[in-house]
Design a protein around this ligand. Structure first.
Ligand code: 5GP
Length: 180
């Protein structure tokens, strides 16, 4: 796997340090509130697992899966729910846990969709923020790292279903894309 990697953008230690800071900030912000973490599958899985263990207030988990890029590396802009939440979020304080916001189209759809379900509050926490190709005006309340316009893999993020288990955020070697 390591031979497919061009560079490591954020190493595991830096991720854990930032995740801990975010966990502390979220714990302060939601003190005495009934917090529901909504993980966007599959990319948000590692972030959710580590972040939630740095949150020191009680919280519940739910999961949603939406279409991402499939096996391409650019957003189609078309969002489809593959797996919906298990429970109602009405009157709940909901925090969306995303892996990366790129064009913002997925997040825009998600926020609109979840807002219609009348939560008490709806905020967004994204590990990565790629602003270069932003097409939708979306607010990210908690950001792990701003990153350059590169297709990244690792720590939950995939390319064609693989590389999610890398413990760092990295960039694929360009030759991999041209084989598809
Ligand atoms: P957006 O709709 O903001 O363009 O993209 C949202 C989704 O596209 C993310 O949740 C993620 O699944 C996927 N995505 C965007 N950029 C990247 C990237 O650099 N690497 C990977 N693996 N997925 C990405």
């Amino acid at each position: 796997m390591l031979e497919d990697i061009e560079e490591i953008l954020i190493d595991g230690k830096a991720i854990q340090t930032r995740v801990k800071e975010l966990g502390e900030e979220i714990s302060r912000r939601y003190e005495n509130k009934d917090l529901l973490l909504v993980c966007i599958l599959k990319g948000g899985i590692m972030f959710m697992a580590d972040l939630s263990r740095c949150i020191t207030i009680p919280c519940e988990f739910d999961f949603m899966a939406v279409t991402s890029y499939g096996e391409a590396t650019e957003s189609s802009g078309v969002v489809r729910i593959l797996k919906d939440l298990d429970k109602s979020i009405q009157n709940r304080h909901v925090l969306i846990i995303e892996d990366v916001v790129d064009t913002g189209l997925t997040l825009k759809y998600l926020v609109k969709n979840l807002e219609n379900r009348r939560p008490a509050s709806l905020k967004v926490c994204s590990l990565l923020n790629k602003k270069a190709h932003r097409k939708a005006d979306v607010k990210i309340d908690f950001v792990g790292f701003d990153i350059p316009d590169k297709f990244v893999i690792g720590y939950g993020l995939d390319y064609a279903g693989k590389y999610r288990n890398l413990p760092f955020i990295s960039v694929l070697k360009p030759k991999i894309y041209t084989t598809c």
